[in-house]
Design a protein around this ligand. Structure first.
Ligand code: FDP
Length: 287
């Protein structure tokens, strides 16, 4: 695959877009377990390992890419350049493969070596493998949605913003493990007759619902997992960057996720994203 645009950010985005159709087709026959664990201790699925290798080969060889890192491998691949640093969750929500439900590919493009804070992002986005394949991408403070066919990107919406009136909510983690303050917040959200539950088990599908209809998604801190489940470099930062560019807010419970300083490539972070007033209220409740 040739990547000819002189702008490495555009090249990374275009390469991921072109690879998406192939990744989608390659899921067939790769739904079994891989007998390996990722660095977070989760059993990998064959498709996780395959999609990671495909993206590693393509993205690390783009001119200007200094590093490729992924949720599915412990070590960073050195791309040999020093312009942008790419972090990828090759298949977010891959446990949905078995039941044939939505999943996605999430990426963050940083201007600092990894692990880097979200404030170093210059672009981020996700592919959604739904009934159709879409890409949503944030760059320079604006969000664009595309449909992907045969690797081609067609713009379906520019300057995407969260709808003003929140409609949907989805919260991850086992309910008995939620902290009392978070449970209290959930009850408040649920008691609003305007709100509807939408939870599909793949963070990216659930966040995409929030971007489309307004609302909130969270995978919070849990009693048995104080940093929640989602990874800062590969999931938390890219999602936070895009939702903030779309006029919403992100929070780790007390501040924007983009302000969290990483200590390790595979750090986890409690993730809450959505309409500003809902995240403000969440922070008040957790305080
Ligand atoms: P998965 O393990 O299937 O890849 O971070 C990964 C993720 O899915 C998210 O997409 C999803 O929101 C969350 O984990 C679901 O986790 P649990 O079912 O373990 O709560």
């Amino acid at each position: 695959m040739s990547a000819t645009d002189p702008d490495p950010v555009e090249n990374v985005v275009a390469t991921i877009a072109r690879s998406a159709t192939e990744i989608r087709q390659g899921l067939v026959g790769r739904r079994g377990k891989a007998d390996e664990q990722n660095p977070s201790g989760e059993t990998q699925i064959e498709a996780d390992v395959w999609a990671d290798q495909l993206l590693a080969d393509r993205l690390s060889s783009i001119d200007g890419v200094g590093e490729y890192a992924s949720e599915e491998r412990s070590e960073i691949i050195d791309g040999g350049d020093e312009t942008v640093y790419v972090a990828v969750d090759p298949l977010d929500g891959s446990s949905n493969l078995r039941s044939n439900n939505t999943m996605g590919t999430v990426f963050g493009i940083y201007e600092e070596p990894l692990p880097a804070p979200g404030s170093a992002l210059v672009a981020s986005g996700w592919i959604l493998y739904g009934p159709i394949t879409t890409m949503t991408c944030a760059r320079d403070g604006t969000v664009t949605k595309y449909e992907l066919t045969g690797g081609e990107r067609t713009v379906v919406e520019r300057n995407v913003t969260l709808p003003e009136d929140p409609l949907v909510y989805g919260f991850g983690g086992r309910v008995p493990h939620w902290h009392d303050e978070f449970r209290e917040y959930v009850r408040e959200i649920e008691s609003n007759p305007e709100h509807k539950l939408r939870y599909g088990g793949a963070m990216i599908g659930d966040v995409n619902q929030v971007l489309t209809y307004g609302g909130i998604f969270a995978y919070p801190a849990l009693e048995d997992s104080p940093r929640g489940k989602l990874r800062l470099q590969f999931e938390g930062n890219p999602i936070a960057y895009l939702v903030e560019a779309a006029g919403g807010r992100s929070s780790d419970g007390s501040r924007s996720i983009l302000e969290v300083e990483p200590t390790d490539l595979h750090d986890r972070v409690p993730l809450h994203v959505g309409n500003t007033e809902l995240i403000d209220r969440l922070e008040e409740t957790l305080d």
